[in-house]
Design a protein. Sequence first.
Length: 150
Amino acid sequence: MPDKNIFDPEKITLIDFKMIKGQVDTPENFDNSKVSGHQLDNSLKLAFNLVDKLAKVDFTLTIKTDSKGENESEATGNFHLIFIYRIENLAELAIPEKNKRLNLDAGLANALSSVTYSTSRGILLTRLQGTALQDFVLPIINPNKLLQNK
């Protein structure tokens, strides 16, 4: 198991970001004033390149308005964001096991999840302006819950 004292968030650098998909679909006669809330489904996946000390985080989100039947159909948003991080001491924080899985330091996993999620919140705030989803704000959550997603 990785040593809990070797995790240092200052050894993580966000080196690349890509929006693979960023789409908002709004029905023709959609009335934004009838929206009472939003439904959110998201998924976060981690992948690592130990040789190059890189971590890739795939974050997908589906957002749907909830008009309680007041609109004929709902507006939706689909986003796929990729973040690439360099981690100076990745070899100490991600130890390969015999089953080809990694024993990952909990602090590192939490940091990658936290930075990805909070950065995504800011990206969505700007991307959703002027759309039917403009009132949606990615809620604050425990980032460890993202790591337990399907």
